[in-house]
Design a protein around this ligand. Structure first.
Ligand SMILES: [Zn+2]
Length: 137
């Protein structure tokens, strides 16, 4: 038999063979936390990435995007208007995109930054929220 030493990330519990990797995991948790704070505060994806190093790079068309920009993702809820916004950033670098494009209420999904669904950011003035949802009750 053989004694095995592992290093546990204090944030998520994942085990690593070398301490550097556990530290790297903990460090990424902290950077993701900070990135989400910056997103909430209205910073752009580029500003967030410069500070927190979440992605290898931010696609050029998303550099100036923040939580207020909206995206048209027609096949979600059959909604042909920009109803969805980036609401949070996950550990693996995907973003949560969410909105209310139809009477069925809020809907969201996790997307990679290079997803085609995020190709065409729209200004916040164009955000669509289905009014049937808010007035339903
Ligand atoms: Zn971890």
């Amino acid at each position: 038999m053989e004694k095995v030493i592992k290093y546990r990330c204090s944030k998520c519990g994942e085990l690593f063979d070398i301490p550097e990797n556990a530290l790297a995991c903990e460090s990424r948790h902290k950077r993701i936390e900070k990135a989400n704070e910056m997103l909430d505060e209205g910073y752009t994806l580029k500003q967030i990435n410069d500070e927190c190093k979440i992605w290898n790079s931010v696609p050029e068309h998303l550099e100036n995007v923040n939580k207020d920009n909206c995206f048209k993702i027609s096949y979600w809820q059959c909604c042909d208007k920009p109803a969805y916004r980036i609401t949070s950033i996950f550990f693996d670098g995907r973003v949560n995109v969410r909105g209310c494009g139809s009477w069925s209420g809020y809907y969201g999904n996790q997307l990679r930054l290079d997803s085609r669904d995020l190709n065409n950011p729209r200004p916040k003035e164009e955000l669509f929220i289905d009014s049937r949802y808010t007035s339903r009750w």
